[in-house]
Design a protein around this ligand. Structure first.
Ligand SMILES: *Cc1c(COP(=O)(O)O)cnc(C)c1O
Length: 391
């Protein structure tokens, strides 16, 4: 895949490109549901897998394949399976790798819909999940049962940017014969390569930084050919497939992934440092700051602190809402990974459906605000926040 050992920014632009007979420079978008064969014999050979090639776009499409090859090269994975969304990537991962009676150990600090998927969908099919601390490796070991088959985490977590030690947790997983899946949405392979650190499976919501401009939904599951066999089989049979149009948007987005992640990270660090100096801010959560409890682990495991900053304002929900409602530039939305900076009050949006007690236990206070730092001038972002912070 990468015999020349190209750098990530090169792979993000070049990997996976296949040209048609027209010699187009930019990747072509193949909006076709099916593909034709030269003969009945060729059709037969394709359908039984004797001859590689496209058949039907639920499971084969050249634009989607280009996306898969590019992301696989960036993550250092043997195979990538593209999906319709990040959530369908997690669904395909679980359905492809597990069976009734298996057990998942998962970080307590997961994306809300992932928790809903595990608790309300997967559980109905006889797969139970035990939640443990994102940061305390001993809890992972203690939660293991004889039927544990999958560990699942995301790092940094949302919204508190807790860092899970991928290498240490992967060793616990290996010790009990479980696979470790890491949702790498916040870092992207530009900042963190979980497979190199011992993970077996990488999950993406391509909707976020891979697109980078807030346009379309998509996802991906990556890992060894062996582990992806069931994941691909699930997708082929059930159809939560990435569309060719969306794959094309992601291919274009990924071409600028490296410079965007560098710029998001530089601005986030600047904003986090500025927030720490504001009198009405009681605490800032950002892995790139020396004040972050796992700063050293973060700097070992990730290239930068990433683009997400959370902070607590003194004065609880009222003060937090005042900051949000006094912005003119920032977008009030829970999405992230966009060129536009977004701001949200975690307790009343992304984490509103969990009980106040569970929220408090997770450390998500009423004064907490999450910012996904975009690519606008940092001074404009600071001025927008200062208005509500200084009243
Ligand atoms: C958004 C998100 C998802 C889900 O992705 P969709 O594309 O919205 O389905 C999963 N994990 C994380 C960390 C996310 O931020």
């Amino acid at each position: 895949m990468n015999e020349e050992n190209y750098q990530p920014e090169t792979l993000a632009i070049r990997a996976g490109t296949v040209r048609s007979q027209f010699g187009e420079h930019s990747e072509a978008m193949f909006l076709t549901s099916s593909f034709v064969f030269d003969s009945a014999a060729q059709a037969a050979a394709r359908f039984i897998g004797e001859e590689p090639g496209n058949i039907y776009a639920r499971f084969t499409n050249p634009t989607v394949t280009m996306f898969e090859e590019r992301l696989a090269a960036l993550e250092g994975a043997e195979q990538c399976v593209a999906t319709a969304s990040g959530m369908s990537a997690i669904l395909a991962c679980v359905m492809g790798l597990l069976k009734a009676g298996d057990h998942i150990v998962a970080s307590r600090s997961l994306f809300g819909s992932t928790v809903n998927l595990f608790n309300n969908v997967i559980k109905k099919f006889g797969v139970e999940t035990t939640y443990v601390s994102a940061t305390d490796v001993t809890e992972w070991q203690a939660a293991v049962r004889p039927n544990t088959r999958l560990f699942f985490l995301e790092t940094p977590s949302n919204p508190l940017t807790e860092i899970s030690d991928i290498k240490a947790i992967s060793q616990v997983a290996k010790g009990c014969g479980a696979l470790l899946a890491v949702d790498n949405c916040f870092c992207t392979p530009i900042l963190q390569r979980p497979l190199e650190l011992g993970a077996d499976v990488v999950i993406h919501s391509a909707t976020k930084y891979l697109d980078g401009q807030g346009r379309v939904l998509g996802g991906a599951v990556l890992g060894s050919r062996k582990n992806m066999e069931g994941v691909y089989g699930f997708l082929r049979t059930t159809g939560p497939t990435m569309s060719a149009f969306n794959a094309w948007v992601f291919l274009k987005g990924m071409e600028t992934l490296k410079i965007r992640m560098d710029a998001h990270s530089a601005s986030a660090l600047q904003l986090a440092s500025w927030l720490e100096a504001q009198p009405n801010v009681s605490r800032v959560f950002y892995p790139g700051l020396p004040s972050h409890p796992q700063h050293e682990l973060a700097m070992r495991q990730q290239k930068t602190g990433g683009g997400i900053v959370a902070f607590e304002v003194a004065g609880g929900k009222e003060a937090a809402w005042r900051v949000i409602d006094n912005t003119k530039l920032l977008s009030i939305t829970a999405n992230l990974g966009d060129t536009r900076t977004t701001i949200c009050h975690s307790a009343s949006t992304t984490h509103a459906r969990i009980s106040p007690e569970a929220r408090a236990a997770a450390g998500i206070s009423d004064g907490l605000i999450r910012i996904a730092v975009g690519l606008e001038a940092i001074v404009d972002i600071q001025n927008d926040l200062a208005r509500g912070l200084n009243v």
